[in-house]
Design a protein around this ligand. Structure first.
Ligand code: DX5
Ligand code: ZN
Length: 214
């Protein structure tokens, strides 16, 4: 799966920017609050408007404090998947329950320095695991290859039947890095600058998809 990140799109033309990647599996929406990460992007009203404006399922990545309070609203807005950060959630399990009850898949994200080992039991209650391959906050950063070990561990857990989660990676995914991520076992690739920095974002999505399938 390929999930273009609208963080690298033109925020004044979000509906058109979504249309430009209409073949994508999910549209990744980075919600940042200026507290959990040192950047501020968009919130629920924009997600609600985007949900009305596109048929692509929304993948909301909440980089915010107290996601326990806010995550269900993003699910109620019609998102396909709502991801909270392990480092920010007060009660990750309850977040997952509330997100699912509101009709979306529930995702758990870990920053590059957060070990997976601490979250394996909790992950049983989630549908997706978003491994960050940059420090969250900004698009266009360099991929951190050291997180691939974490992806391999997660892949092993999933394949041996201990977890039922989709593995997603986010940060620095491009033509140069997507193959190593695919080899490590990623199912869903988020790409911001590699898609929206391209002359033809729709074509860039298809090129990444072909590369990941190799
Ligand atoms: C970063 C965001 C990413 C970002 C990725 O904190 O979570 O989704 O848009 O951008 P690229 O693909 O440019 O690294
Ligand atoms: Zn993201």
């Amino acid at each position: 799966m390929i999930a273009p990140s609208i963080l690298s799109a033109d925020f004044a033309r979000l509906a058109e920017e979504a249309e430009a990647v209409r073949g994508a599996d999910w549209l990744h929406v980075d919600v940042m609050d200026g507290h959990f990460v040192p950047n501020l992007t968009l919130g629920l009203p924009v997600v609600q408007a985007l949900e009305r404006a596109t048929d692509i399922p929304l993948d909301c990545h909440l980089m915010i404090d107290d996601p326990d309070r806010w995550a269900p609203g993003y699910a109620e807005a019609g998102s396909a998947n709502v991801t909270v950060h392990a480092e920010a959630a007060h009660d990750a399990r309850r977040c997952a329950r509330d997100i699912r009850a509101a009709g979306a898949l529930a995702g758990l994200s870990v920053k590059p320095g957060t070990p997976l080992e601490d979250w394996i039991e909790v992950l049983r209650d989630f549908d997706t695991l978003l491994v960050m391959s940059v420090e969250p906050g900004f698009g266009g950063q360099a991929f951190m290859p050291q997180v691939l070990d974490k992806v391999r561990t997660a892949r092993r857990l999933v394949d041996t039947g201990h977890l039922h989660v989709l593995l997603e990676i986010d940060g620095g995914i491009s033509a140069d890095t997507i193959e190593q991520a695919a080899e490590a076992g990623v199912d869903c690739f988020v790409a911001g600058s590699a898609v929206y920095g391209a002359d033809d974002p729709g074509r860039a999505v298809e090129a990444l998809r072909e590369q990941a399938a190799h």
